[in-house]
Design a protein around this ligand. Structure first.
Ligand SMILES: N[C@@H](CCC(=O)N[C@@H](CS)C(=O)NCC(=O)O)C(=O)O
Length: 203
């Protein structure tokens, strides 16, 4: 089992889950340039990370990878043990991957999406950050009285932890979102999270 990643990018969610599962794996750090080379594009035609290689099975897309790992290792209990529990995990995983991650993509890539027009880029980045605050408020409300996004630790929690680190990198104002901060603190003290951060050279 091998994970391709950039440090601190979305594959960190998979890296944390591999640590939670506790089975042997390899992780290969790539540069952005390496993800555009023909050999890597054969694995991941989008030229992005993460890519997971499990024997002759190559899987891309964070949500698919996380769900695959959780299904492969039911003993790690990272999806849920009923149809409704698994639906809840997918619901918060989708919010992380399709809503929050995508909006960060717009903020980080504002200049690209604006075609190099600085004024448009500023508007995109500003509105993207406002949208992100509204998404994080929903997640904060969800965490009130809960330790995890669902009734148990799940693959969605590892993703949320990564997104919160991006929020901090962008100095997003999360004031008053104390449940998010409580979650972030608990996760940063988790042994699996610390091992993944260390493996990526982030602590
Ligand atoms: N939908 C993809 C998005 C993957 C993605 O955007 N990855 C980023 C890092 S977080 C990336 O590799 N971007 C390519 C680049 O920056 O050139 C997923 O969920 O895996």
């Amino acid at each position: 089992m091998k994970l391709y990643y950039f440090p601190g990018a979305c594959p960190l969610a998979t890296h944390i889950v591999l640590e939670w599962i506790g089975k042997p794996y390899e992780a290969e750090r790539l540069t952005r340039e390496q993800t555009k080379e023909p050999a890597y594009l054969k694995l991941n035609p989008a030229g992005a990370v993460p890519t997971l290689v499990d024997g002759d099975f190559v899987l891309t897309q964070s949500a698919a990878i996380l769900e695959y790992l959780a299904e492969l290792h039911p003993e790690a209990k990272l999806m849920g043990d009923s149809v409704k529990a698994r639906a809840e995990t997918r619901r918060w995983l989708s919010m992380c991957n399709s809503d929050i991650h995508r909006t960060f993509g717009l903020v980080f890539g504002a200049s690209y999406f604006a075609g190099g027009d600085d004024a448009i880029a500023q508007v995109l980045a500003k509105n993207g950050l406002v949208k992100l605050q509204s998404f994080f408020k929903i997640v904060n409300d969800r965490l009130k009285g809960r330790d995890w996004l669902t009734g148990h630790r799940s693959v969605a929690d590892s993703y949320l932890f990564v997104l919160l680190s991006w929020a901090d990198a962008k100095k997003l104002d999360l004031s008053g979102m104390d449940d998010l901060r409580r979650f972030q603190k608990k996760m940063s003290q988790d042994k699996g999270v610390q091992a993944a951060l260390k493996a990526q050279g982030l602590i």
